[in-house]
Design a protein around this ligand. Structure first.
Ligand SMILES: Nc1ncnc2c1ncn2[C@@H]1O[C@H](COP(=O)(O)OP(=O)(O)OP(=O)(O)O)[C@@H](O)[C@H]1O
Ligand SMILES: [Mg+2]
Length: 259
């Protein structure tokens, strides 16, 4: 099962992705992948140490692609680097049983449209490999720009979740993502409504999503535990009776029903 979480900045993508990762890892093997330029999936899982993203591993990139990262124009490098061993060797074991692994991809400076640079070739190849070949549950925390997924990878994503909050801005992003998702071949786009603090807010967003023809997987209330978890660098699942955590448990069940 391959799940991608996307949406406008700050809506709660990382909160959802990390909590789903913890929940699913009780029963299944999970690979959580941080593919957001603003990398914070690790801290949201309660990992405090600093992690070097793969995009910054210069020697590795040089070794696998044959080119120095950063050098691009006119340079010859392998566009099909060997990467099948990397997800396992570069991931961080989150739990002693090895049921939850984390990979921090990092980002590549884009040198204008259509730039192909060694680091991005490596990251894309890894993402494609994981989504196409791995048996584990893959949970991808990503930015709103989903174009770089590539058609083959996109077609193998079982469910793309767009997180929205009460407000038109994140709904506008959802509208854009819906169009993009269709263009690149994502079959199943579902919404999660986050930071809901009243029935009126919930109704407002539900209505708008209906207009956009985006199905709703569930909603998550505004919850102080999410803020506390962030301050204390702990996973949300560590807070018993957290309404947001309980809502995400329900969303996890709904995901299993949808795919
Ligand atoms: N249900 C909630 N209740 C209260 N606060 C929340 C809730 N969900 C998210 N937040 C807060 O909103 C902020 C953004 O959440 P999060 O980092 O999960 O969003 P994001 O979409 O991953 O952001 P970014 O685009 O920066 O990666 C955090 O400070 C988080 O604590
Ligand atoms: Mg985030």
């Amino acid at each position: 099962m391959k799940i991608a979480v996307t949406g406008k900045g700050g809506v709660g993508k990382t909160t959802l992705a990390s909590t789903l990762s913890s929940i699913f890892s009780r029963k299944y093997k999970v690979f959580a992948i941080d593919a957001d330029p603003d990398m914070n999936l690790a801290s949201s899982l309660g990992i405090r140490e600093e992690i070097i993203p793969i995009s910054k591993m210069k020697d590795l990139i040089k070794d696998r692609t044959g080119a120095e990262p950063g050098s691009s124009f006119g340079e010859i490098f392998k566009i099909n680097p060997k990467i099948s061993d990397l997800p396992d060797s570069l991931s961080i074991d989150y739990d002693p049983e090895g049921r939850l692994k984390l990979l921090v991809m990092g980002t590549v400076d884009k040198g204008g449209d259509g730039c192909i640079c060694p680091a991005s070739v490596l990251l894309k190849a890894m993402l494609r490999h994981m989504i196409l070949k791995k048996d584990e549950i893959i949970i991808l925390d990503m930015e709103a720009g989903i174009e770089h997924l590539g058609r083959k990878t996109a077609e193998s994503v079982d469910i793309m979740i767009v997180v929205v909050e009460p407000g038109l801005k994140s709904l506008e992003t959802a509208r854009r993502i819906k169009k993009l998702a269709k263009d690149i071949g994502i079959k199943n786009l579902q919404a999660v409504i986050n930071k809901v603090s009243s029935a009126a807010e919930e109704e407002f967003v539900q209505e708008k999503l209906k207009e956009l023809k985006i199905e709703v997987l569930g909603s998550i209330p505004q919850d102080q535990s999410v803020v506390r978890a962030d301050m204390e660098a702990k996973p949300l699942t560590a807070y018993d009776n957290s309404p947001a955590s309980m809502a995400i448990e329900t969303i996890a069940e709904n995901i299993l029903k949808k795919i």
